[in-house]
Design a protein around this ligand. Structure first.
Ligand SMILES: *[C@@H]1O[C@H](CO)[C@@H](O)[C@H](O)[C@H]1NC(C)=O
Ligand SMILES: *[C@@H]1O[C@H](CO)[C@@H](O)[C@H](O)[C@H]1NC(C)=O
Ligand SMILES: *[C@@H]1O[C@H](CO)[C@@H](O)[C@H](O)[C@H]1NC(C)=O
Ligand SMILES: *[C@@H]1O[C@H](CO)[C@@H](O)[C@H](O)[C@H]1NC(C)=O
Length: 407
């Protein structure tokens, strides 16, 4: 009997150490990116059972060149081998630089992990994919104040656009410094420039998605008065001309698309795929959770597809992340929202939505490897989403159109 129990204990112990190498804690307001055949996750806020919200400096990934089952993800923790310089939440991570081999991290809250002090001026950190080292970017010229609640996207010229946000100096209870306009960080010249906005109203916690034509689509978010921004209108910034415009969104009049902030928005085949987010002061679940915005025609149109749940039904989450890989949207972590109260827990799971079959599934099949670079290094093939595949010498699993919510 005792021996039997011992064997069982031994079995589970060895199972644990061999198979479950690392299990990330539940979190929200983290950053993510797909690069080099991996989905990377950075930082975020990990709540404790006592209700404290702890800033994280963790970095971990899973491999998307292999099949993945969401119940047994082989996470790889890189926190110790590639330590991040700061604990972060609400940061933007994008791939840029002259050879697309660097992950840039800008914005959000950055805390020095040892001294626990805000790193307000150290706005840009970079992770070199080749040597796997984080460093602080030596910015040329002036550095503007850091922006929280702002979300960045990168254009094909390597420029990161950060719109509005609040001054990162803000600490709870202090005076909020609302920052307007657009801050642009050029990942090639390593310098900032500012575009003073026209009258576009301030907002935070919106989603930002850059289209192939260079337009950045801003949706939802919160106003200065903590009111939800009207999501029936898209705010569009043209990165080629620097001109703002707005566009009313059409849809089925019988279906209300709730306003939301802290939602995710990713581009797939001419549609922005929006998931989750929060509504109102209690951060309750907006409906419908999953909604598509068709942006490849003259008129922007909402679509609310009938979806199937095969297995692994998604939780309603806000301040999560979403990535597109092949025909899949990978939703991860986030605050778990409900219909009534503030979120009471965070999510530690990954949900997969198959955009081909419109179903929530537990199994991920990797897309075929992207085509390789031709002689001039500018092979212009497109991925399943119709997005240009980067010919950057990494394996091409880059998603330049990705966005994610920030706090
Ligand atoms: C880097 O990525 C962008 C797309 O975001 C692409 O247009 C550009 O050609 C790439 N640069 C290099 C050197 O591969
Ligand atoms: C929240 O509301 C939605 C729609 O109003 C409903 O479908 C869902 O079941 C509700 N969830 C809970 C947990 O009550
Ligand atoms: C996430 O949930 C916690 C706990 O309810 C809450 O304090 C926090 O405001 C929520 N959202 C964000 C973005 O932190
Ligand atoms: C891109 O690469 C693929 C496969 O390597 C090749 O068949 C195709 O002709 C290339 N396209 C261009 C525009 O060079």
């Amino acid at each position: 009997m005792n021996k039997f129990i011992l064997i069982i204990i031994f079995f589970f112990t060895s199972f644990d150490t061999k198979i479950v190498a690392f299990t990330p804690k539940a979190r929200h307001s983290h950053a993510s990116i797909v690069v080099d055949g991996k989905v990377y996750y950075f930082g975020g806020i990990t709540p404790t059972t006592e209700g404290s919200q702890i800033l994280s400096n963790e970095m971990f990934y899973f491999d998307i060149t292999k099949e993945v089952d969401t119940s047994s993800i082989l996470w790889v923790d890189q926190t110790a081998t590639s330590p991040m310089s700061v604990q972060t939440e609400g940061a933007t991570t994008v791939v840029g630089s002259n050879d697309n081999n660097t992950i840039f991290m800008v914005g959000g809250t950055m805390f020095h992990p040892k001294t626990n002090t805000l790193e307000m001026n150290a706005l840009v950190y970079a992770f070199n994919i080749n040597n796997q080292i984080w460093s602080k970017v030596e910015v040329l010229g002036a550095t503007p104040p850091g922006r929280k609640q702002a979300k960045g996207v990168i254009d094909p010229n390597g420029k990161i656009y950060l719109f509005c946000g609040i001054n990162a100096n803000y600490v709870s209870g202090g005076v909020i410094g609302y920052l307007g306009g657009m801050e642009i960080f050029d990942t090639k010249s390593l310098s900032w420039s500012t575009v003073t906005s026209d009258n576009t109203e301030w907002r935070g916690q919106y989603s930002a998605t850059i289209l192939e034509n260079g337009n950045i689509i801003y949706l939802g978010g919160l106003t200065m008065l903590n009111a939800d921004v009207d999501i029936s209108k898209a705010y569009i910034y043209n990165t080629n001309t620097g001109i703002w415009s707005t566009e009313g969104i059409k849809g089925d009049a019988t279906i209300t698309i709730d306003n939301r902030y802290g939602h995710s928005a990713v581009l797939y085949k001419g549609k922005i795929i929006i998931y989750g987010g929060a509504k109102g002061l209690n951060q309750v679940t907006p409906n419908p959770s999953l909604v598509f915005l068709k942006v490849d025609g003259e008129q922007y149109v909402w679509e609310t597809p009938q979806t199937l749940t095969i297995d692994n039904p998604p939780l309603p989450v806000s301040h999560h992340s979403a990535e597109i890989v092949g025909d899949f949207m990978i939703v991860a972590f986030g605050n778990v929202t409900n219909n009534l109260t503030l979120p009471t827990s965070a999510n530690d799971k990954v949900f997969l939505f198959n955009l081909n079959t419109y179903s929530w599934v537990s199994h991920f099949n990797p897309p075929p490897p992207p085509s390789q670079t031709d002689t001039d290094g500018k092979n212009s093939s497109t991925d399943a989403g119709g997005n240009p595949i980067l010919t950057d010498g990494s394996n091409g699993y880059l998603t330049p159109s990705k966005t994610f919510h920030v706090l």
